[in-house]
Design a protein around this ligand. Structure first.
Ligand code: NAP
Length: 463
């Protein structure tokens, strides 16, 4: 018995170390793959250690849970990379539901013999778990567009929302003082479930990835609270890591968009500005053929490629690699300008370009590329929109005003690949497309870049 308890402890310590190493390794593209393996191994060890626990009464139920989890988890792991934010939100919803259910069963098993401290932690676990459950489902629904993306706001909304949360905390305080008031417990679950829905209603689709990262943080904190309740150091550490990394990520994303948390949570950003989009249709843009663009690209000595969400949608990264090779072969200095929130999740562009084996040394961060982008002969914008929108610097009335951008507009010539004149995620007009120096290459990013590669490699040249 002692042997198996020691074995469990050792397994948990190794799992904890692997979780910490995983986060460390995930922070650099060169070690990220190792980080994923470390995280997976850590989780497998944590599950195995728990299965050795002698308190387990029925392995049949555990097996059913594992099979059900695999049936849901395997397809979830196969979604397109552009759908990862909503997939992540679903994972948080499942995690939070689990935390709430465990908290609920622990309450009914222990009540009324619960110390005030334990009841306070248990309440925090259940409140955070419940609100994260419905909040994450709402966030996933908005991103998947099964729910309307636009923020729904009304007068006094913040007052109603904060009042609802205060009510849940009030119930928790009563239960801490009188844990025998068992009848009140369902309210501790129900009120935060409603609050989770109300929390997400006023937030627009454009802010959803940041909110998901924040919900990740709540899910981590609720798991850490569950660790206290179950007396599991592993859960406390894993939950704390999850909670703090989610929080740090939200801060990084907010900074990259020049938004404050309060602005994200209460700002109503992400409304599609149909007036601005309408105006855009009327303005003239210049477009070029692949042949024209290829001849300018091949005459350039420095090219800055700025990838965005459209490259991810088109899965154009491998064609982009071919273009990079074709230009490099001609002696053109090609570098990629990576905006921290290009695409739909942090690091989205790095992952795609790494998948196509583009050297990390040519992926340049926003501040560095901006430093000398004015010396670039060509900025080639591949399905990026908001992250190259000069309105962020010049138009104080713009919802993205203040967001740092990649200054593609400063390059001598700009080619912008996208399918139409439609706006990007923030739903706003982009002056870059109407600039004298910009030529549009309309079409799917993969197809357009394929044509450019063909031209550069002495292809048909016919249009
Ligand atoms: P974006 O502003 O959403 O623009 C993407 C552009 O790609 C669109 O204008 C679209 O134009 C084009 N596109 C779509 N499919 C295409 C295809 N198959 N081929 C060619 N073009 C295609 O993207 P972004 O510049 O990368 O900016 C990211 C946005 O997401 C920002 O507003 C950012 O704040 C927000 N966001 C990102 C994160 C994150 O972590 N990365 C988090 C929160 C919010 P067409 O429809 O005309 O083709």
């Amino acid at each position: 018995m002692i042997f198996s308890e020691n074995l469990i402890e050792v397994t948990y310590i190794i799992a904890t170390a692997l979780f910490i190493l995983s986060l460390k390794w995930l922070s650099s593209p060169t070690t990220a793959r190792r980080g994923v393996w470390a995280g997976e191994l850590g989780m497998a060890l944590a599950i195995c250690g728990t299965l050795l626990y002698r308190g387990i009464v029925d392995y049949k139920l555990v097996a059913i849970g594992l099979v059900l989890g695999a049936i849901i988890g395997v397809p979830l792991g196969k979604v397109a990379m552009t759908a990862v934010p909503q997939r992540t939100a679903l994972s948080h919803a499942f995690g939070a539901l689990c935390v709430t259910l465990v908290g609920t069963s622990e309450f009914y098993l222990r009540a009324p013999d619960i110390t005030p401290l334990m009841m306070a932690v248990l309440s925090m676990e259940v409140i955070l778990g419940s609100l994260t459950f419905t909040g994450s489902l709402m966030a996933a629904g908005k991103l998947q567009e099964v729910l309307p993306q636009r923020p729904i706001t009304y007068k006094g909304q913040n007052f109603v929302n904060l009042g609802t949360l205060a009510l849940a905390i009030g119930v928790a305080v009563i239960l801490v003082m009188h844990p025998d008031q068992v009848k009140l417990f369902p309210a501790l679950i129900f009120i935060p479930l409603v609050f989770g829905v109300m929390l997400i209603i006023p937030i627009g689709g454009a802010d959803m990835p940041t909110v998901i990262s924040l919900l990740n943080s709540y899910a981590g904190l609720s798991a850490a609270a569950m660790g206290f309740v179950l007396n599991s150091k592993l859960l406390i550490i894993a939950g704390a890591l999850d909670g703090s990394s989610g929080f740090i990520l939200s801060v990084i994303m907010s900074k990259a968009m020049n938004r404050s948390f309060t602005n994200v949570l209460f700002g109503g950003f992400g409304q599609i500005q149909s007036a601005a989009a309408g105006e855009q249709e009327a303005k003239p843009v210049k477009s070029a053929t692949a042949e024209e663009a290829a001849s300018i690209l091949s005459a350039a000595s420095r090219v800055a490629i700025v990838p965005g969400y459209g490259m991810a949608v088109a899965q154009a990264q491998h064609k982009v690699r071919e273009l990079y090779d074709a230009l490099s072969k001609r002696g053109v200095d090609v570098r990629f300008g990576i905006h921290p929130v290009a695409g739909r999740m942090p690091g989205h562009m790095n992952v795609l370009l790494a998948e196509a084996d583009i050297p990390y040394t040519d992926l340049v961060e926003m501040d560095d590329i901006n430093h000398d982008i004015a010396q670039a002969d060509v900025a080639l914008v591949v399905g990026a929109n908001d992250v190259v929108n000069p309105a962020a610097k010049t138009d104080q009335s713009s919802p993205i005003y203040g967001m740092p951008i990649i200054e593609a507009d400063k390059a001598r010539t700009v080619f912008a690949i996208k399918r139409s004149k439609n706006p990007g995620f923030a739903g706003i007009d982009n002056e870059l497309y109407f600039s004298d120096r910009t030529w549009m290459l309309f079409g799917d990013a993969k197809a357009v870049i394929g044509e450019l590669v063909k031209e550069l490699s002495g292809g048909s040249g016919m249009h």
